[in-house]
Design a protein around this ligand. Structure first.
Ligand code: FE2
Length: 294
């Protein structure tokens, strides 16, 4: 929420960096204080054993959480069916022939992003009532409201595969590994991104890797400030912002637990975007995820 408000303050671009920087630090501080208060307040009133309370507590402590069995087997099978059906409404030839596509807007309202064997189909919540209802699910709305004061997530279906997934819109003759993501931090303020596992996510099919508790590390406070600075067009010189440099990565390797977030089909993974994380390589198989951009 604070992030959205700050991003509308266009005048910040015109300030000297020496003035903008402390202002960004104040915004980050305000976000931190009110986020902590909200978390404490709601966890006090929610019953200790409740799933939402457990998720909020994991997020607060570790920067990520797993909500076990967010949907049951039948529901998740139905969601996966509806997601894979989306591949049938894509312009096959165009999608298949290009290795990289940046936000191609289709007439039906869907938006496509593709990088090799990874395809994202966006704006599902605007596409039909099935996905509209999935986006309205009350548990994620409550968590999102508490966490960042906003709700109404955008839904994105993401299929990543090793070349073996057979569909006219995705088939490629080329197998091989996916590109690994660079370790990074996405946001300056507490914000959520959630991934609903439509299949089991295990070591081999590209789990997200998070550096546990990294969002609270003193070292990365500068990154949170720099992300705001970069967003508003300020130069940050040799310092790291979104993307972490080798020194940061070495620091994390030595001071944080690196967790491959594996989970079962139907589980929901939640990540605070102030946490350092990256997408690991898919070695084999396929990974189907419904992302919630909260
Ligand atoms: Fe990310």
């Amino acid at each position: 929420m604070i992030d959205k408000i700050v991003n509308r303050m266009g005048f910040l671009r015109k300030l000297p960096k020496s003035l903008a920087k402390p202002l960004f630090n104040i915004f980050i501080f305000i976000d931190e204080v009110f986020w902590k208060l909200r978390m404490k307040f709601f966890m006090f009133f929610l019953s200790r054993g409740s799933s939402i309370s457990s998720v909020l507590s994991q997020l607060e402590n570790n920067g990520y959480a797993v909500f076990n069995q967010y949907y049951d087997e039948d529901q998740i099978d139905q969601i996966k069916r509806e997601c894979t059906k989306l591949l049938d409404v894509l312009p096959e030839k165009e999608i298949r022939s290009k290795e990289k596509i940046d936000n191609l807007i289709l007439e039906n309202g869907l938006v496509i992003e593709k990088l090799k064997e990874s395809i994202k189909i966006k704006k599902l919540d605007k596409f039909n009532n099935f996905f509209k209802n999935i986006a309205k699910n009350s548990k994620i709305k409550i968590i999102s409201k508490v966490y960042q004061l906003t709700s109404g997530p955008l839904l994105v279906y993401n299929l990543v595969h090793d070349g073996a997934y057979k569909h006219p819109a995705t088939f490629t003759s080329r197998g091989g590994k996916m590109i690994a993501g660079q370790p990074h931090i996405d946001m300056s303020t507490h914000s959520l991104r959630c991934a609903l596992a439509l299949d089991d996510i295990h070591e081999d099919n590209g789990p997200t890797v998070v550096f546990k508790k990294s969002m609270n590390m003193k070292r990365f406070k500068k990154n949170h400030t720099n992300i705001f600075l970069e967003t508003f067009g300020f130069k940050i010189g040799d310092e790291s912002g979104h993307n972490l440099d080798n020194k940061d990565i070495d620091y994390l390797e030595n001071n944080s637990e690196k967790v491959k977030v594996v989970c079962k089909k139907g589980d929901l993974i939640l990540i605070d975007l102030k946490t350092a994380h990256y997408q690991s390589i898919l070695n084999k198989g396929q990974r189907h995820i419904l992302w919630y951009y909260c």
